[in-house]
Design a protein around this ligand. Structure first.
Ligand code: ADP
Ligand code: MG
Length: 826
């Protein structure tokens, strides 16, 4: 139970003799100190002493950065502290709680006191990655309860942060107490007894200070009588109520005032999210011990210079202050420090992957100065918008490089992404590379095929039309060949097309993700365009690479992803945004209707149909299963066709139908044989039917803003004014807020930000996506912090791309640890 200060004393002496040049130990004084202090604090039980350690900066010292004069002063201060440390520690055995179980550890035999005790303590403590059962007082039963909270090791426990703090820091005298507030007093216990208000055995105490007395009642808890002896000093924190005209403390948190730091009262007190069988007081007490003893041993992996520049706490301090903050400011700074760590490691991870992707294997450099591009652009019936031009420029700049592009293109439905992608594919073909255009569904693949062919048909001359294949002359020195490959087509034709791809005869192949990744062998794949609803991550990209190609990759998404999420989920991609719609696009008038207005909604729909337009009706979301959802949709379809619109022709589409069935219905709708298309929300139909002018969404309050916005993007694609009507039975408060916002905001990005705010990141994509990083402290609203973390990560990689420098050793270790655990994040 003591500290060997001798080595430190010697080193400091030598340091003085050598003129404070930080040359007394190899590796510098800071490193020595962190080791010495790390061991020393394990034996320190007194909080006062620990604070002294901190004050003297023995913990996380920064000796190297001091001036000579400062070093001298500091060394002298530490010298003065050492005897005090040895004296106090040797005699301070009784500081520990009296009912300590391991008696022999508390009062070791007087002879050979030092060493064995210290050894024992260290042996008992083990490493920070040991299971929590190595902690004193943690049984396997308790450990099992923590396991349910995801806490298995000491490190997990240190990172098990409170979800909030109670502010019990406002100390009052008894005479200053006011009703209804959280307050803290320090008082003498005059008397305690068991009372029976409402038939419940409870503890009543009368406590007092120099300004007066107050009654305290712990309802339904008679046990405190024994724990609060008369004349003991007690700290009480909690609400004060009024009872029979007199102030009463109502079941306050309490603790005896001893020579220890307060844990439950009189400060910012942490509240942990607990599971059954874990009690707040028990957990707080354990956490305090663990934080005091172990936080100092967490290795700070951030380079010191970076930590200083960003004004962050040292990691041990950040952890300690996140649990038991000295004040609000320290609590906030602790959160920011820990959040930065998370985001920084995350960014290092995604950037490392990007590097690996771009430098692991050479890519293909395209010749972007090709006449085909100009011919294509000038053949378009419109000018590219400024945003399209900018994005195309960014893409072309990537394509001409020999390292593979990895770029995310965001743009709302109808913002003109397909045109830009087609231009990129053409440039690839002009350089004799094949391009793949992948869609999430077969319907969309077909639509892309139709769109691309239509765009090309203006620039080139179509020379042949075979099943699912087109050739255009006049663009390249040979005919440019475009083909569609989907599961639904006939087997023989599929094989023919696969053969043509392998022989290099097809320049642009359009299909679904699955087909292109799994079944197709290319001759010379140079560019993969991925139109995605969800994610096309590292795994998918490496699948392509394993086929021997290192293509440029362009991921396109119509879901406006808030910047924080984009940088987190797609941090390894460069970001391009088309933030402008082609001119003349109309706003889809959106209105939230009351249940009583259902009939007028149907009437409005009928009127639009009478004017020759078409309509969508989106059925409610059924979370349980696709089967139930489909069943509900069938019932709704029947009700609508028989009772509401018996004179119109209706079609139905749901997720349980085969691709062929869906295609057939879609075909009928597109050719206007159907007036109304009833659809489940799963079929987030990415279809282009300009004649559809009205959409009715059932149970609209259950959808996220981004999803509603996607829905209404299905109408308003033609010249006519279009409408979106939202029905909701009994919207919750958040539901109401969403319905209000969707009628007011027409900008997808702004809606996405609102969505994120209202729903949180987990649900942002409609379903909980696996692979979202486990962020405990960072919030997706921490935009500035995220940008800072990203900038710092880029800067660090600039200096030390492989993290091989000694000062980055710990960082490399932490990166490996987190990413191994976090798995596939992008
Ligand atoms: P996205 O793929 O982003 O949903 P598309 O590329 O399919 O959008 O474009 C939607 C429609 O707008 C298409 O009919 C397309 O021809 C047209 N379009 C694209 N760019 C422009 C533009 N700059 N001006 C006018 N119309 C455009
Ligand atoms: Mg599109």
């Amino acid at each position: 139970m003591s500290i060997n200060a001798e080595p430190l004393r010697k080193i400091l002496q030598l340091e003085g003799e050598k003129g404070y040049l930080d040359s007394a130990v190899i590796g510098g004084l800071d490193r020595f100190l962190s080791r010495w202090t790390g061991q020393a604090v394990q034996s320190v039980t007194s909080p006062q002493l620990l604070r002294q350690f901190e004050r003297l900066k023995l913990v996380n010292s920064n000796y190297a950065s001091l001036t000579k004069q400062q070093r001298k002063e500091w060394v002298n201060k530490v010298f003065a502290f050492l005897p005090e440390l040895e004296r106090v520690e040797a005699g301070k055995v009784e500081v520990k709680p009296p009912q300590e179980k391991k008696e022999e550890e508390v009062t070791p035999p007087p002879v050979s006191r030092r060493r064995p005790a210290a050894k024992k303590r260290r042996a008992a403590s083990g490493s920070i990655d040991s299971p929590i059962t190595t902690l004193k007082g943690v049984s396997t039963t308790l450990a099992a309860k923590f396991k349910r909270l995801g806490v298995e090791t000491v490190r997990d426990l240190l990172y098990f942060f409170p979800h909030r703090h109670l502010d019990y820091s406002q100390r009052k005298h008894i005479s200053q107490l006011t009703e209804g507030e959280e307050q803290t007093i320090i008082a003498n216990v005059w008397e305690t007894k068991v009372v029976m208000p409402g038939g419940r055995r409870s503890t009543e105490a009368i406590v007092g200070d120099e300004t007066g007395n107050v009654r305290v009642l712990w309802f339904n808890n008679p046990y405190l009588v024994k724990q609060l002896p008369t004349n003991s000093r007690v700290v009480l924190s909690g609400r004060v109520g009024l009872f029979n005209g007199r102030l009463v403390f109502e079941s306050p948190e309490w603790e005896l005032l001893e020579d220890k730091e307060l844990v439950h009262t009189g400060r910012l007190v942490p509240l942990y999210s607990l599971t059954q069988g874990l009690h707040p007081r028990q957990v707080r007490k354990l956490m305090k011990e663990v934080v005091d003893q172990w936080a100092w041993q967490v290795e700070d992996f951030l380079p010191a210079e970076l930590r200083q520049r960003c004004n962050l706490f040292e990691l041990p301090q950040a952890i300690a202050q996140a649990h038991y903050p000295e004040n609000e400011a320290a609590k906030d700074r602790a959160r920011v420090s820990l959040a930065f760590d998370e985001l920084f490691i995350l960014q290092l991870g995604v950037l490392a992957r990007k590097r690996e992707w771009q430098e692991g294997q050479p890519g293909n450099s395209f010749n972007i100065k090709t006449p085909v591009l100009d011919a294509f652009l000038s053949s378009l019936p419109f000018e590219l918008t400024a945003a399209q031009q900018k994005v195309l420029g960014e893409i072309l700049a990537d394509l001409k490089e020999p390292k593979p592009m990895s770029r995310l293109l965001q743009g709302e439905v109808g913002s003109g992404k397909t045109v830009v992608a087609t231009a990129a594919l053409l440039v690839g073909a002009a350089s004799d590379y094949q391009g793949a255009f992948m869609a999430p569904t077969e319907i969309l693949a077909e639509q892309h095929f139709a769109n691309v062919c239509q765009l090309l048909s203006r620039a080139g001359e179509q020379v042949s039309e075979e099943e699912n294949l087109r050739r255009y002359s006049g663009l390249l020195s040979r005919p440019l060949t475009v083909a569609l490959l989907i599961g639904g087509m006939n087997q023989a034709r599929k094989q023919e097309i696969q053969q043509l791809i392998l022989s290099g005869d097809i320049d642009i192949i359009i299909g679904t993700h699955a087909l292109i990744q799994k079944e197709v062998e290319f001759k010379r794949l140079g560019l993969a365009v991925v139109d995605e609803q969800h994610r096309f991550g590292v795994t998918q990209r490496s699948a392509l690479r394993q086929k021997g190609f290192n293509p440029h990759v362009l991921v396109m998404t119509a879901t406006p992803i808030p910047r924080t999420l984009a940088l987190t989920l797609y941090g390894d991609l460069d970001l391009s945004v088309i933030d402008e719609l082609p001119p003349g696009r109309q706003v889809v008038k959106t209105k939230w209707l009351k249940p009583a207005q259902r009939d007028s909604a149907y009437a409005f729909l009928r009127k639009q149909v009478a004017e020759g337009h078409q309509a969508f009706i989106i059925c409610p979301l059924v979370e349980e299963s696709e089967a139930i959802e489909a069943k509900a949709a069938v019932a709704e379809y029947e009700r609508l066709s028989q009772e509401v619109f018996p004179d119109l022709s209706l079609g139905l589409i749901h997720g349980r139908m085969s691709v062929a069935e869906k295609d057939e219905v879609m075909h009928h709708f597109r050719s206007a044989e159907l007036d109304i298309l009833v659809s489940t929300p799963v079929v987030e139909v990415g279809i282009d039917v300009p004649n559809a002018t009205v959409m009715l969404v059932e149970s609209a309050d259950r959808f996220g803003l981004s999803q509603l916005h996607q829905f209404r993007g299905r109408v308003g694609r033609g010249e006519e004014q279009s409408y979106c009507m939202l029905l909701a039975q009994n919207p919750s408060e958040i539901g109401r807020e969403r319905l209000d916002l969707i009628g007011k905001i027409y900008d997808g990005f702004q809606l996405a930000e609102e969505d994120l705010r209202l729903r949180g990141p987990g649900e942002f994509f409609g379903t909980r996506q696996s692979g979202l990083p486990d962020l405990r402290m960072a919030k997706l609203s921490d935009v500035a912090l995220l940008e800072l973390a990203r900038d710092e990560a880029i800067r660090l990689f600039g200096k030390d791309p492989t993290l091989k420098k000694p000062e980055h050793r710990l960082l490399a270790k932490e990166l490996a640890r987190v990413w191994q655990k976090g798995g596939e994040w992008s």
